[in-house]
Design a protein around this ligand. Structure first.
Ligand SMILES: NC(=O)C1=CN([C@@H]2O[C@H](COP(=O)(O)OP(=O)(O)OC[C@H]3O[C@@H](n4cnc5c(N)ncnc54)[C@H](OP(=O)(O)O)[C@@H]3O)[C@@H](O)[C@H]2O)C=CC1
Ligand SMILES: [Cu+2]
Length: 536
């Protein structure tokens, strides 16, 4: 349970940013005094652009005075800053008693501040700039700034928060602000300010971490990269497999042209398989973690980093599974609109009418339109079907009724709709705003309990869809199983493992381990200091 709580924390942390095991700054730090004196500005911002404006507004909002230092105050359009913000020349602004100075200017222009070097000595300079390129090995802007102003305390930070987020973002500490600096004092002061602004400072260590922080905003969806790649690869695999099995090989070996299936049918076969496998991938790491704990006989050993990483991506995997399942749902609803479906229905109806006419004319007298109900077997050869088709025609009835086929479609559709419903519920409860309103017990019930329900329903949907076709030799053309058989294999394995873990003997041992019990507790034995020679 404790381990799962840890995962939840990690899981929540990744929602804000993809942070690489940073150390949270000590939140017990006493907050800075509001300002040294009521008349003195607490914070100076050099630059009067977008970031400067948003930062000044946020500072004011949090009761902190702000002074904006500009190269030319007269060029700042009126109304850009509220009256409460002091607009000064750069020289006047930095000569004021504020010791915290934000550089809200692009790093290319840091050189233009060299004349201010004596005034900036001993003060904390906050470098909010972002990197221009995603090259992590280049020298950071902050390190360059520290070289230019060696007497100042340079702190990197606030660049991961956009100007817009500063103005409108939450003030409940949920927005993380990675900071780093060679000066502990500088870092402490910036962290305190961040806390007062309703942000959550995260210590990344020395200034050498600045580049990592500078490139962070350039990264597109960092926490989604792995899950999206896996889903895409799975989709490609199923799609190409289906293409080979259902289109290319029949075309090459049997001269059957069904390339039209590429556009819709193959998508609708691959998507549910991806949804199913990706959903299984959400629950597999939890099972692996449980196995590892059972095998080690303790929970006090770290999981391998790949497993940790996988755990942290479960939310993204779950949402991607939901996305694929939803697309599959939409595609399935569109199925009857396809021309080929309409063609099949009309064709089947035509064949049936033709067959009934034939049966009537063979077995009924001309003047008798409705005879006593009796079963008649009729054989037909269809131009578009290679096999002989055996029709069970009931005299007097207009429609052949295939009871098992009706049950099959009722069951798989119902399971599919229910699975999609439960998946939607899971997707909604993974939103940060909803997660924050749930207790740990509620969260684990929804994400784990309902998650397994969704997986079971999806699997049932697939199994009912497959019905007994999976056991027909005709379903294995070229010795290749259907896509749904491949897609269902991993979920079957995951559910089997889960059932094994629910066995009383296994689950009770796991419960004990998670409550702190250890199979063999090894405590390092301290070496006795060796006796000095000559002592008896
Ligand atoms: N906008 C955003 O959302 C974010 C921005 N940042 C960082 O904040 C910094 C500023 O960005 P932003 O506010 O958007 O940029 P802007 O272009 O809006 O503002 C830059 C400001 O720099 C000042 N400046 C000082 N010296 C010079 C100079 N020599 N040449 C040109 N301008 C100078 C100007 O103010 P004046 O004329 O009054 O001196 C100008 O208004 C950048 O480093 C950016 O990476 C970081 C995170 C988010
Ligand atoms: Cu389906």
């Amino acid at each position: 349970m404790k381990t799962l709580k840890l995962f939840l924390n990690l899981f929540r942390r990744t929602m804000a940013e993809d942070l690489l095991s940073p150390l949270l700054l000590d939140s017990e730090d006493p907050p800075d005094a509001p300002c040294e004196s009521e008349s003195a500005p607490a914070v100076v911002i050099l630059g009067s652009g977008d970031f400067s404006r948003s930062l000044a507004l946020r500072l004011l909002d949090c009761g902190i005075r702000a002074v904006v230092g500009s190269r030319c105050v007269n060029r700042i359009p009126s109304g850009t800053f509220p009256d409460a913000v002091d607009l000064r020349s750069q020289e006047v602004a930095v000569s004021q008693s504020a010791s915290l100075i934000f550089l809200a200017i692009f790093p290319e222009h840091y050189g233009s501040l060299s004349g201010l070097r004596p005034a900036l000595a001993g003060k904390v300079l906050v470098d909010v700039s972002n990197a221009a390129q995603e090259n992590v090995n280049a020298q950071s802007n902050a390190e360059r700034l520290a070289e230019m102003f060696p007497e100042s305390l340079v702190v990197k930070g606030f660049n991961t928060v956009s100007a817009w987020e500063l103005q409108t973002g939450p003030r409940d500490g949920s927005t993380q602000v990675p900071i780093c600096s060679g000066s502990t004092e500088g870092k402490r002061r910036v962290a305190n300010l961040a806390r007062r602004m309703g942000l959550h400072p995260v210590d990344y260590g020395g200034l050498s971490a600045a580049r990592e922080i500078e490139v962070t905003p350039l990264r597109l969806f960092p926490s989604w990269r792995g899950p999206v790649t896996i889903s895409l690869l799975l989709f490609l695999f199923f799609y190409l497999y289906g293409f080979l099995r259902g289109i290319l090989l029949p075309f090459l070996l049997r001269e059957r042209n069904s390339f039209y299936l590429l556009a819709l049918d193959l998508f609708n076969q691959s998507l549910p398989a991806v949804a199913l496998v990706v959903l299984a991938l959400v629950y597999l790491p939890g099972l692996l973690a449980a196995w590892l704990q059972l095998w080690r006989g303790t929970k006090y050993q770290r999981f391998p980093s790949w497993l940790d990483h996988w755990m942290q991506r479960r939310k993204q995997l779950g949402l991607l599974s939901f996305f694929c399942a939803s697309l599959h749902g939409v595609y399935s609803v569109c199925q009857p609109l396809r021309r080929v479906s309409q063609h099949r229905i009309i064709n089947a109806a035509y064949r049936q009418v033709r067959k009934q006419r034939c049966v009537k004319s063979r077995f009924w007298p001309r003047n008798q339109t409705r005879g006593p109900s009796r079963s008649v077997e009729a054989r037909s050869t269809d131009a578009d079907s290679s096999a002989m088709c055996l029709l069970q025609v009931e005299a007097g009835a207009e429609q052949p009724w295939d009871e098992p086929a009706v049950w099959r479609s009722e069951l798989y559709l119902s399971c599919g709709v229910l699975a999609l419903g439960v998946l939607s519920l899971l997707a909604i409860t993974s939103l940060p705003s909803v997660v924050n309103t749930l207790s740990w017990r509620e969260f684990s019930f929804v994400q784990s309990g309902l998650g397994y329900v969704a997986l079971s329903l999806s699997l049932l949907h697939t199994l009912f869809f497959g019905w007994d076709f999976a056991f027909h030799i005709s379903s294995y053309p070229f010795f290749m199983p259907p896509i749904f058989v491949l897609g269902a294999s991993l979920p079957c394995f995951v559910l089997a493992c889960r059932c094994f873990l629910l066995l009383p003997c296994v689950s009770s041992r796991l419960k004990r381990i998670r409550r702190g019990w250890e199979h063999s507790r090894k405590c390092p034995v301290l070496q006795e200091p060796s006796m000095p020679s000559g002592v008896p």
